[in-house]
Design a protein around this ligand. Structure first.
Ligand code: ADP
Ligand code: ZN
Length: 598
């Protein structure tokens, strides 16, 4: 063991210090122990196996589910001067043989491989590589309780038995308690130590906007973006068509925007990513696939145009904002129609029970009337003692009232319609509508017809959502979303129990902009930063790797600030290791030097 962990961090990655827990995890793995690592996206999981891989004899086998990400990760390692390769079925037989040969000659420190490839050719791969350790990335994929179950992960369970003496590192960004236990069981980890980093990202504000109509939503978003000039942001949408629609509305409003979804060719998708990374488009409208593995540190805001399916996805998506630690905003739009749609998807999915339950937790979050960060962290088994002060509820605390009578009106109407109708009809009846459907069904004759005329349809919708959330009502997604009264609801209807509701918060329109949220940088620094990005771009095109593989934004920012023009100074910049110094240092220093002479 020639180099110590700390030296490796500096020499290869150009970083001075480990982040919390990284070093401890690395020591455990190097000494042969199994570990489970739970860190939020961007937390620095890869370091936890990449450093040990350079400290142990043999090849570290990294199991990774996404072939497209594999290539980027390997490219990133190579630009740091680390011998890495990947194996997957897109390669020719010859290419695969060459790689295995190189492993055999001890020339590869890390080999990335998809789970199906590893399992189907286990004997050959392990004979050639003599594994030093296994790293199972995205380990939650092995659990049916996780949010992204992949059947091909299941077979990884046989590895532990087959290789009793080498360490396993399981890594994930999203695993609740149940999933965590399941990962350990499925992978058969030996007395693993579990490391959980804090999921609290204090710099992200949390805001939920309930029941906003589509047209107003669009107008709000446009004005929000115009108030955030030149600040990158992502809008997540439920469907491909919605992505394109939103992008087109923003485009009409004069905003530079692109859309990104799985229906596009790989080429157009990487073009969008690239343009976004290089700040050539300000906004990307995307489905959930966008942002996986991209390392853009200056995303200033994330908007959810629709409700996400689960908390894991939501957390991961908002987590793409503010990786540089500067204040960033997140907004979630939530309405009844989305909830209906998602309930339907979940009910029809392969694992309806789990997916419905996960959706329910998402709904609870969106409808919460206590500090949202508490709920969010609680979901990841973390407790926050104090209210966060950076969410819409902390800014605008909710109050309650005795809603028994109001609830009884709704329940009575629902009961008289034999629990056969959905929310829209229930609201029409409560408000005394004389619409054709109402009259045809004879609902205008009901005693409760018009009993809730004093409350607007919009507010009724929000009250019904509260009742769903409180377990007073249930939605029968398999009966056209008919509203049903639960046992608890019946107690309220018959006056045996009372119902406490939340006073509906007044929806304010979003303020246009917050001045000086992000510390101002000098124009000079910005100009040099742009110049450095241009150089980075040239390298990235030449080498056919994403820009961040060359240098991250944070690294370029530091260069623009400190303007290193000697090798020694250049090495002090975060993210500049010896290999990158040799490869790119000269060009970047020349650019800086020239800039300063102007
Ligand atoms: P994830 O947990 O999402 O896999 P990564 O391993 O990709 O995160 O790390 C996110 C970013 O943080 C990368 O750019 C990585 O190089 C950087 N990073 C990791 N560890 C450190 C460290 N100790 N100091 C500085 N930057 C680090
Ligand atoms: Zn809060």
């Amino acid at each position: 063991m020639a180099l110590q962990a700390q030296e490796i961090l500096k020499k290869y990655f150009g970083y001075d210090e480990f982040r919390p827990q990284q070093e401890e995890i690395i020591q455990k793995v190097v000494s042969g122990k199994d570990v489970l690592v739970l860190m939020p996206t961007g937390g620095g999981k890869s370091m936890c196996y990449q450093v040990p891989a350079l400290m142990r004899e043999g090849t570290c086998i990294v199991v990774s589910p996404l072939i497209s990400l594999m290539k980027d990760q390997v490219d990133a390692l190579k630009t740091n001067g680390i011998a890495a390769a990947y194996l997957n079925s897109s390669q020719s037989y010859k290419q695969q043989q060459d790689i295995l040969e190189a492993c055999y000659k001890n020339e590869i420190a890390l080999l990335y491989v998809s789970p199906e490839k590893l399992i189907s050719e286990l004997a050959m791969i392990t004979q050639m590589t003599r594994p030093s350790m296994f790293a199972i990335d995205e380990a939650h994929c092995i659990s049916a309780w996780g949010h992204d179950f992949r059947p091909e992960y299941i077979q990884l369970g046989l590895l532990r038995n087959r290789f009793p003496d080498i360490p396993f590192v399981a890594l994930t960004a999203t695993a609740d308690k149940v999933t965590r236990k399941d990962i350990i069981k499925q992978l058969d980890l030996k007395n693993p130590e579990t490391f959980i980093s804090s999921f609290n990202r204090k710099n992200l504000s949390l805001d939920v906007r309930i029941g906003i109509k589509p047209k107003q939503k669009m107008a709000e978003i446009i004005s929000f973006i115009k108030g955030h000039k030149e600040e990158s942001g992502i809008i997540y949408c439920m469907s491909r068509s919605r992505c394109e629609e939103v992008a087109s509305s923003l485009n009409d409003a004069g905003i530079t925007v692109a859309f990104y979804h799985a229906g596009m060719s790989a080429d157009s998708r990487s073009k969008v990513q690239e343009d976004f990374l290089n700040d050539e488009v300000q906004v990307v409208c995307a489905t959930i696939a966008f942002g996986m593995g991209i390392d853009k540190s200056n995303v200033r805001w994330v908007i959810h145009f629709n409700l996400p399916k689960n908390m894991e996805g939501y957390y991961q998506e908002i987590g793409r904002a503010g990786r540089d630690g500067l204040p960033s905003e997140t907004i979630l739009y939530y309405n009844y129609a989305d909830l209906q749609m998602l309930n339907k998807f979940a009910a029809e999915s392969g694992q309806s029970e789990i997916n419905l339950e996960k959706l329910k937790r998402m709904q609870n979050y969106a409808e919460a009337d206590i500090c949202r960060r508490k709920i969010l962290l609680n979901y990841f088994s973390e407790n926050l003692e104090e209210n966060c002060g950076n969410c819409d509820i902390c800014h605008n605390p909710r109050q309650h009232f005795d809603g028994t009578v109001l609830v009884q009106k709704a329940l009575s109407a629902i009961a008289r319609m034999n629990e056969k109708e959905g929310a829209t009809m229930v609201i029409d009846v409560l408000r005394g509508s004389m619409k054709a459907e109402v009259v045809e069904a004879g609902y205008d004759k009901l005693k409760t017809h018009g009993a809730g005329a004093g409350i607007s349809a919009f507010d009724w919708q929000r009250y019904l959502m509260q009742m769903l959330n409180l377990g007073i009502l249930e939605m029968a997604y398999d009966e056209n979303f008919a509203l049903k009264i639960t046992d608890y609801g019946k107690h309220i209807l018959f006056g045996q129990r009372r119902a406490e509701l939340t006073i509906l918060p007044v929806l304010q329109t979003k303020e246009k902009s917050k001045a000086a949220r992000v510390p101002a940088k000098s124009n000079q620094e910005d100009a040099l930063f742009d110049e450095l990005k241009r150089i980075r771009r040239q390298f990235s095109v030449e080498e056919e790797v994403p820009a961040y593989v060359i240098f991250s934004d944070t690294t370029l920012r530091e260069m623009a600030k400190y303007r290193p023009v000697t090798y020694r100074d250049m090495l002090t910049i975060t993210g500049v290791g010896e290999h990158k110094l040799e490869k790119y240092g000269k060009t970047f220093m020349a650019t800086i030097d020239e800039f300063m002479r102007r």
